[in-house]
Design a protein around this ligand. Structure first.
Ligand code: CUA
Length: 330
């Protein structure tokens, strides 16, 4: 890699990436980005002053070697110390005030009308629950968060096993997900499109494979998506689909997964009612294509060693039927 390409990667990665706090696209991320820039500016300013004076003092010493550097009642020294103290106190006061204001702005969305979403961290995936605005029923999905643009979402965070941390750097700061405790973070997205979230607290062997997609949509798109998620799984009379459904509901899959509208009702693993509509599988590990689905079912421990998903050996016809069926669950 050339130096220019590394530099452009850093800059573009920072300014255009979908997983970076340097490209804020949410109110909360904006506040934190402002605080970051201010901290860097104040810190760099004080650093430059210290280095500048250090250089100056070493030169001064060599020029004046014969004279003692500090006189007992040196007025200049006392004044210098006061100036330094003032600079440091000013810098700290600016940072503390800015930090206080940023904290206030993070909490300012508290009074607004919000969308409530519950996200629970599992080793190593995300259970996501919305409330159906029509019926009040819970709508469950996994590993893909949809948010309407311009509206504050209060995301209630929990954990099922160990401590995880919820982090979508383009939209907001990060917050721990602690077993037995409910935390909440507000997110007000301001840009349409896909962003990437990542678990930010080491939670075991597959911590790095605990990511999720975030899609910021228009309110109409979001309402359509939520209504689709609320529906039970699609049914089909196609014999291949019927075979896929049979294998999933009669076999090992139904021990851990739920597909609403079928006899699969287990909840330890991700809800698969609309798994075909998701972009990724296994919390950002595998692309959700038919091949990706077949590979994940056949060899989950090769793709994500230690995950709770066991290999499910299927003959080729059944593997094809299952992946076609799951793909059809939009
Ligand atoms: Cu969950 Cu790291």
């Amino acid at each position: 890699m050339t130096r220019a390409s590394i530099l452009s990667l850093l800059l573009l990665g920072g300014c255009a990436g979908i997983q970076t706090p340097l490209a804020p696209h949410g109110d909360q991320a904006n506040s934190l980005f402002g605080l970051l820039i201010l901290t860097v500016v104040v810190g760099a300013g004080i650093y430059a002053l210290v280095i500048g004076f250090l250089g100056w003092s070493t030169r001064r010493e060599t020029n004046q070697r014969t004279k003692p550097i500090v006189e007992p009642d040196d007025v200049g020294l006392t004044r210098g110390l006061w100036i330094w103290a003032a600079i440091i106190v000013t810098g700290l006061t600016v940072l503390i005030t800015a930090s206080f204001l940023a904290e206030r702005s993070l909490a300012s969305a508290r009074d607004r009308e919000t969308l409530r979403v519950s996200v629970t961290g599992h080793q190593w995936w995300w259970r996501i629950e919305y409330r159906d605005p029509a019926t009040g029923a819970t709508i469950e999905t996994a590993n893909e968060l949809h948010l309407p643009i311009g509206r504050t979402a209060r995301i209630e965070l929990g954990a099922a096993d160990v401590i995880h941390s919820f982090w979508v750097p383009n939209l907001a700061g990060k917050l721990d997900m602690i077993p037995g405790r409910s935390n909440s973070i507000d997110v007000t997205p301001r840009k349409l499109g896909w962003f990437r979230g990542q678990c930010a607290e080491f939670c075991g062997a597959q911590h790095a494979h605990m990511a999720f997609d975030v899609k910021v949509e228009t309110p109409a798109e979001f309402a359509t998506w939520l209504a689709a998620q609320a529906r039970p799984a699609a049914t089909s009379t196609d014999p291949v689909m019927a075979r896929g459904l049979e294998v999933v509901t009669q076999g090992a899959c139904a021990m851990c997964h739920r597909i609403r509208g079928t006899s699969a009702i287990a909840r330890p693993g991700p809800d698969l009612t609309h798994v075909g509509a998701r972009r990724m599988l296994a919390a950002g590990t595998v692309r959700n294509t038919r091949g990706g689905m077949q590979g994940w079912i056949a060899q989950p421990q090769a793709l994500k060693p230690g995950a709770s998903m066991p290999a499910v050996p299927l003959d080729p016809a059944d593997a094809d039927a299952v992946s076609r069926y799951l793909e059809s669950l939009k």
